[in-house]
Every structure is written in C-alpha cells, then in structure tokens.
Design a protein around this ligand. Structure first.
Ligand SMILES: Nc1ncnc2c1ncn2[C@@H]1O[C@H](COP(=O)(O)OP(=O)(O)O)[C@@H](O)[C@H]1O
Ligand SMILES: [Mg+2]
Length: 256
C-alpha cells in the first residue's frame, strides 16, 4: 500500500488473516478504502468475503493483522464499540416487527440507539431530530410511499430495503452490505440497486455481491478475493476484462 492510500483511507486492513482450524478463510488481506468511496468485494463462493466483513465489524477477531478505522486501531474492539465509531451493516429481517408499520419499525430502531444521539437535547429538539432521522432513512430506502403500511404486507424486496433503513438511522460512516440483492427478483434487484446508488455520498460503502454486473455498476473500485487472498484490485472497467478474475470468478473449474 502506498503512503497516499493509507493517509486518506477511512478503513485500513493490514495483513489480516482469519483462521478456522486449519482453514485460512482470510489470508494476509491488505485493504485501504478511501472515505466516501464505494468498493465492491467480489469472488466465488467460499472466497472469504463474509469472513472479511465479520473481521471488519468485529464479529470475529483476526488471528493476525490489524484493522484501523477512522484513525483508530480497532482490531480488538467488540462490535458495539465499532458501531459507535460509525460502522453499520444491514440487519436481519428478524429484527422487524411484522405487526408494526414501516415508520414505527424505523422509529423503534432510532430509539434503540441507546440515547447516545439524543441525551444532550431537550424533549422537543429530540423529537424533531428523531422525526428527521426517521424521514431520511425511509426516504433513502425508497419506502416513503409504504411508510404507513404494516411491515408484514411488504414484499421480500421491500423488507430488504427496510433493513437498509434500519442501518441508515445509525448515521454510519461506513456501511457494509453483504449480498443485499440475494434472493430478490430481477425487478426487486433493480430497485435495490437504485437504493444503493442513491445513498448519501458521505457514507463509505463496501458491497459484497456475487452478481458481478450488479456490483460493478454501483462502485468505483473493486477487490477480487480468491482463496482468502486479494487476487487483484482495479476499476470496474478493468475488472470486467481481467482474465484472472474471469477464470476464478466466472465459474470455470478451478484446479487447486
Ligand atoms: N464460522 C466458521 N467456522 C468454520 N469455517 C467457516 C466459518 N465461516 C466461514 N467458514 C469457511 O471459511 C471460508 C470462507 O467463507 P465465507 O467468508 O463465508 O466466504 P464467502 O462469503 O466468500 O462465500 C469457507 O470455506 C467457509 O466454509
Ligand atoms: Mg458470503
């Protein structure tokens, strides 16, 4: 990594390895992500993409290497400390209350922020700020037209959009999206891509996506993971024509 890459990066992974028994799911990964940029992590199933997110979010600790975020060495910090520093990932659908409306679910998520955002304000200011957060999150998830509907009446794709709204109320600096379009119909995938594309530009995004066409249209830089290592990093245009990426990624039989 060059000195420039390190100095204007919000997230820096230095030689990160994660082992499960004898398996190196991540093997000496170096990654530098610029603040405000959008990065895709692509690679075949089992490449180690989700493991890398878990190491960034603090769900698992690397066996070696360091993870720095926004100037802090957070290699050993637990998940809630990382969330407080500004790292969010999409929630699971099970966090939604099906019998509440979209708006009520999002408001609950805002209140679940343990008061850290509101404790300094009087009640009126807190209400106004809460209402604004709810409105923005619902709008950014493209669900404004559904906000009074019961959550159980939403389509699967809309429920995935709601997960996005729940992550956005945290006002993250870094948002980790692990296959946000997995299981969606073609029409729902287009809507999810629109949501991702329209997210506030000050949020740094890292997107894991198996569908290369979808991923490459949404980001400005791509890292391809293979057998736990960064195989190559490049712009979407160069990744499209990269022969090594095509070999490992486009389903050609791999002989280890
Ligand atoms: N908690 C775990 N325990 C044991 N092995 C795991 C665990 N999580 C992932 N793995 C293994 O690590 C490798 C990488 O998995 P993963 O990061 O989920 O890949 P990807 O997200 O790229 O499909 C796979 O071989 C997977 O079986
Ligand atoms: Mg995965």
């Amino acid at each position: 990594m060059s000195k420039e890459a390190v100095t204007d990066s919000i997230l820096i992974l230095d030689n990160v390895s994660v082992t499960f028994g004898a398996l190196k799911a991540n093997d000496g990964v170096n990654l530098a992500v610029k603040a405000g940029s959008r990065r895709a992590i692509i690679g075949p199933n089992g490449a180690g993409k989700t493991t890398l997110f878990n190491a960034i979010a603090g769900v698992i600790m690397p066996s070696s290497g360091t993870v720095r975020f926004d100037g802090t060495d957070m290699t050993r910090l637990p998940t809630h400390r990382r969330a407080a520093l500004g790292i969010a990932r999409t929630f699971q659908i099970t966090n939604l209350f099906p019998q509440l409306t979209v708006e009520e679910n999002v408001r609950l998520a805002v209140r679940g922020l343990s008061g850290r955002k509101f404790s300094l304000f009087g009640q009126g200011a807190a209400n106004a700020e809460e209402a604004q957060l709810v409105d923005e999150a619902i709008a950014n998830a493209h669900l404004t037209h559904r906000r009074q509907e019961l959550t159980r009446t939403l389509s699967y794709g809309e429920q995935r959009q709601m997960e996005m709204a729940l992550a956005l109320v945290q006002k993250p600096k870094l948002l980790l999206l692990d296959e946000p379009a997995a299981g969606l119909s073609p029409a729902e995938r287009v809507r999810m891509a629109d949501v991702i594309n329209g997210l506030p530009r000050n949020i740094t995004l890292i997107l894991i996506e198996h569908d290369m066409d979808l991923a490459l249209g949404l980001v400005d830089y791509v890292s391809c993971l293979h057998h736990g290592k960064i195989l190559t990093e490049d712009t979407p245009d160069n990744i499209r024509t990269n022969e090594r990426v095509q070999e490992v990624y486009l389903g050609k039989p791999h002989h280890a």
